[in-house]
Design a binder for this molecule. Structure first.
Ligand code: B12
Ligand code: SF4
Ligand code: SF4
Length: 253
């Protein structure tokens, strides 16, 4: 069964796949998988290689790389979930590449219900690097994940023992807002404002300012390029503009 799933996943375009028992998913800040889905037995994690859009200084082009990958990854996840259902009569729950997420109104932080980085580590697809992202042994840092939670009982893959981060500190030094200065902790607020300025908080700030502005100022705000970017984020999905911690990471390649 495991080989059939792997072959199908590779055929639809997944670059790597790992399996972990739900008990081996350990993520201190998210609930146990069984709380999300009591029938769950295995979490299947899918890895997808990023293109090199993020190396472009043109932010529209760089951002478009995330969008095309996110759409493709979610589509593959659905196809594989459906395959598991039809072929093995499995029950399946898909975990998307990015959204939806929750927002803690006290801290302002956003977080997901399933941490795909911890899932990827449990499924033997990589290990954490100094940038707090998961490094894949072949694809390096330029990799994203999705997952499928299922009631199928499938043998887990072994976690990677090898240390893939070479401690060069390129990610730390190239972060424009010093969000990686403290080890094992991304300063999420600093990162979020820098890498996704037109996201939820940027949007909220725009409209709060808009509400307090005169009609003339409001007209200028709507004609500004910033409004166009906010519109893109709302209509197209996440618009990332900083990739410094991933684009020059030499690990795993
Ligand atoms: C919300 C979110 C963000 C938010 C907030 C991040 C956050 N909360 O950590 C913001 C907007 C800031 C963000 C930024 C980025 N994100 Co983001 N993000 C997410 C999302 C949707 C949820 C993350 C989450 O809530 N996790 C759960 C929380 C509770 O995790 P946590 O417990 O805080 O875990 C941290 C610590 O515990 C610590 N940690 C725990 N154990 C260990 C062990 C070791 C050894 C170390 C060193 C650290 C460590 O590291 C963890 C990460 O900070 C995930 C997708 C998903 N569903 O997982 C993508 C995701 C994590 N993001 C991703 C990416 C690529 C990015 C960016 C590069 C954006 C970009 N430009 O493309 C930056 C990188 C920032 C960085 N270097 O940390 C990828 C990471 C892929 C990978 N190879 O690891 C993910 C998995 C999306 C995906 N589908 O692949 N992100
Ligand atoms: S995405 Fe940019 S701002 Fe966020 S941690 Fe990486 S380098 Fe820093
Ligand atoms: S840039 Fe260097 S220090 Fe940062 S994660 Fe990659 S290998 Fe590790």
């Amino acid at each position: 069964m495991k080989n059939e799933i792997k072959d199908y996943a590779k055929d639809v375009g997944v670059d790597d796949i790992g399996f972990a028992s739900v008990e081996s998913y350990i993520s201190p800040n998210t609930p146990p998988i069984k709380e999300i889905y009591p029938k769950a037995s295995t979490i299947i994690v899918l890895a997808f290689q990023q293109l090199d859009n993020c190396e472009s200084e043109n932010i529209q082009i760089a951002s478009a790389g995330s969008k095309i990958l996110s759409d493709f990854a979610d589509l593959c996840t659905y196809k594989i979930s459906r395959f598991l259902k039809q072929k093995f009569k499995a029950t399946v729950i898909s975990i998307p590449n990015m959204t939806p997420v929750n927002r803690n109104t006290e801290t302002g932080l956003i977080f997901a219900d399933v941490s795909l980085r911890h899932a990827a580590v449990a499924a033997g697809l990589g290990c954490f690097g100094r940038h707090n992202l998961v490094i894949h042994p072949v694809m390096g840092t330029k990799v994203v994940f999705t997952a499928i939670i299922t009631n199928l009982n499938i043998k887990s893959d072994s976690p990677i023992e090898e240390e893939l981060c070479i401690d060069c500190d390129i990610c730390v030094n190239q972060c424009p807002v010093n969000a990686l200065d403290e080890e094992k902790k991304t300063d999420v607020m600093k990162c979020m404002f820098k890498c996704r300025p037109y996201g939820f908080v940027g949007n909220m700030q725009f409209w709060m300012k808009f509400a307090k502005s005169s009609p003339e100022e409001q007209e200028m705000m709507i004609q500004d390029n910033k409004f166009r970017k906010l519109y893109d984020e709302l209509t197209l999905g996440s618009q990332y503009v900083c990739f410094n911690c991933i684009k020059n990471c030499p690990a795993g390649q």
